[in-house]
Write a protein that binds this ligand. Structure first.
Ligand code: ZN
Length: 283
């Protein structure tokens, strides 16, 4: 069933586990995520970035997501990842997304608060939950590029003020992860996660979580991370499976034969994540 993001994340917050939010761009990815969620009995968040919406079209993504949620035996939320534009966020709400992110991290604190409040006023009126971002997460997410030097960690005092003033449902924090493929091993600021959690007491979101070591993920979850975004790991599983298949079967031209193994490869990764995050068995 389709549920709001906060319905899923409030339980995760209360019971100290995290739910995976996986980026979708086509039918095979949606199916891989839903099958993994059903097989592990896990709640799940399907999310689409602005780039994903541009690629597939908001109508296609919304229809795929809602159909998948309707048919699923587990709770599913449909979420907009990194909405930077008010109109785009409204479009997603109109098309039935049950959760949206307004990323105002390019603004100073007051500007970020202002745009977040504006989105929340509308979203909450129609029962859609909202994620915001405070601090700047480094790396490249579609057309959003944040240079490593411009990435800034979330200030706990600002986080408290931000949450009090906006009434945001869940907050993405910058604590050392980055979007894309890591060059070295990411170093997470665990003390900062703990402090922010104590000060805001709402579900916290970790972006750029592909490639973060298992132990670091477990610790981050134990300290209060409740939503974990995964995109790069799925991309790698998808493309590696296709490369392998075509290497062994260079003359195969059947899209089903080519994409089938990619779907299975993604599903295996997603199931592992669900076990690691602690959402398995929570649906
Ligand atoms: Zn992100």
């Amino acid at each position: 069933m389709l549920v709001t993001g906060i319905e899923i994340l409030q339980d995760a917050h209360k019971n100290n586990y995290a739910v995976g939010a996986f980026n979708v761009n086509n039918m095979e990815i949606v199916q891989a995520i839903i099958e993994a969620a059903e097989e592990t009995n896990s709640p799940v968040i399907l999310q689409a970035s602005q780039g994903g919406l541009k690629y597939a079209g908001v109508e296609y993504i919304a229809a795929l997501g809602k159909l998948a949620a309707e048919k699923a035996k587990v709770p599913v939320a449909l979420h907009l990842d990194h909405g930077t534009d008010f109109d785009q966020v409204m479009l997603c709400i109109r098309h039935g997304f049950s959760s949206v992110m307004i990323d105002g991290s390019r603004f100073e604190l007051e500007g970020n608060i202002a745009i977040t409040k504006k989105v929340i006023e509308v979203a909450h009126a129609v029962g859609v939950s909202v994620e915001a971002e405070l601090g700047k997460i480094g790396g490249t997410e579609d057309d959003i590029v944040v240079d490593e030097r411009d990435a800034t960690f979330t200030d706990p005092k600002e986080a408290k003020k931000f949450v009090e003033e906006t009434n945001v449902d869940y907050l993405a924090i910058a604590v050392g992860t980055a979007h894309g493929v890591y060059k070295g091993e990411p170093k997470l600021d665990f003390e900062r996660i703990k402090t922010i959690k104590e000060m805001v007491n709402i579900p916290l979101v970790l972006h750029g979580s592909s490639g973060v070591p298992k132990e670091a993920i477990e610790k981050a979850v134990s300290l209060g991370i409740n939503k974990i975004n995964i995109d790069t790991d799925l991309r790698m599983a998808f493309s590696n499976a296709i490369k392998d298949f075509l290497k062994e079967n260079p003359d195969n031209i059947d899209p089903r034969k080519i994409l089938g193994p990619a779907k299975e490869a993604m599903k295996e990764i997603i199931k592992e994540k669900m076990e690691l995050f602690g959402s398995a068995g929570r649906a």
